[in-house]
Design a protein around this ligand. Structure first.
Ligand code: FPP
Ligand code: MG
Length: 333
């Protein structure tokens, strides 16, 4: 099954998610709907809401209005993190469009992000399900910790792979995991089913970010929606660069250290690093690790016992697509 089959099957539910997204950012402060509309029509695939919709179905609850609303809550929190992240990273292009901070300024980007988070909290308060509120609050806290850890360790190479994976877990896997968990909680699933979905989401989230990090070095600009080399130029030490650093001699390590300190690193510098990454197979190493996480994610789901197991294939199709959309053309030895 491919990703298009998933969006075809959930077409009607996704339309309702879009309606909820549009309806809930209404405000008499014109900047809020203006920026939210720009942001929300910028080409996101709604992966996180889809995970909630499908997980709920998997555990026996159809995607009724409450499930759709929680898909919207997750998308609001995710969008807020991107609005804030683009300010921190001073990013100008996302999903092929100018970022909100570049178009309207950092203040607007931060404040509209704050609005989306408050709106999400208000929507959660309408139903007052303490388990759902706790799960989302916990995931958001972990996500913010990830953002802060990444920021405080920017331009530092004396980090371990374990640290790198911890940041990935916090900043990306936590919200993907809670998107799945929410489906289980809404469907009043068993503890085992909930844990299987949490575990699937964590492993899938790890794979998702590792692929993103690999493709930021060796990906296609059209697919990425931004030029490759963004992490390197922003001074983020992600998995591929760390692998190269740890497998280089002292002279090369010195070069990497000076590039990563340099706020005006050039395209030529990036290409030099890319050539070296290819020699040490650092991109392949990162992609292979992503595939290990992906396999584990899929096995967890296949071994689970669910009310409507036919939905397992939809979750697996989303996970596969996220990794394969970039890597199909690349060989992973
Ligand atoms: C994207 O990573 C960044 C994140 C997923 C989260 C970062 C978290 C914050 C900035 C905290 C904000 C939190 C809230 C709740 C508002 P990336 O920079 O590797 O990915 P990118 O290439 O898509 O920017
Ligand atoms: Mg960023």
């Amino acid at each position: 099954m491919d990703f298009n089959a998933v969006t075809r099957r959930f077409k009607e539910e996704l339309v309702r998610v879009e309606e909820s997204i549009r309806k809930n950012y209404e405000s008499d402060v014109p900047l809020i709907p203006g920026i939210s509309s720009y942001l929300m029509s910028g080409g996101g695939k709604r992966v996180r809401p889809l995970l909630t919709l499908i997980s709920s179905n998997l555990c026996g609850r159809e995607a009724d209005d409450l499930v759709v609303k929680h898909g919207c809550v997750i998308e609001y929190i995710h969008s807020a993190t991107l609005l804030h992240d683009d300010v921190v990273d001073e990013t100008t292009i996302r999903r092929g469009n100018e970022t909100v901070n570049s178009k309207w300024g950092s203040d607007a980007s931060i404040l509209v992000g704050d609005f989306l988070i408050s709106r999400a909290i208000l929507m959660l308060a309408e139903d007052c399900n303490p388990r759902i509120i706790r799960a989302i609050a916990e995931a958001t806290k972990i996500l913010v910790e990830g953002g802060i850890l990444e920021y405080t360790h920017a331009r530092k190479l004396e980090i371990s792979k374990k640290h790198c994976l911890d940041v990935i877990y916090r900043k990306t896997a936590s919200i993907i995991s809670v998107s799945c968990q929410m489906g289980a909680l809404l469907a009043d699933a068993s503890e085992e089913q909930e844990q299987a979905l949490v575990s699937f989401g964590n492993d899938f989230g790890m794979a998702f970010q590792l692929v993103d990090d690999a493709m930021d070095y060796d990906g296609d600009e059209d697919l990425l929606g931004k030029p490759p080399g963004t992490d390197f130029k922003e001074g983020h030490v992600t998995f591929p660069l760390l692998h190269l650093y740890q497998n280089s001699d002292r002279a090369m390590q010195n070069k990497i250290e000076s590039f990563i300190q340099d706020e005006n690193v050039s395209q030529k510098d990036f290409e030099f690093i890319l050539d070296n990454l290819r020699e040490t197979k650092s991109v392949e190493y990162t992609l292979n690790l992503a595939r290990e996480y992906l396999d584990r994610a899929k096995n967890t789901l296949r071994q689970g016992s669910f009310q409507s197991p036919e939905y397992v294939d939809y979750l697996i199709a989303i996970a596969d697509h996220t990794v394969d959309r970039y890597t199909a053309a690349k060989t992973c030895s």
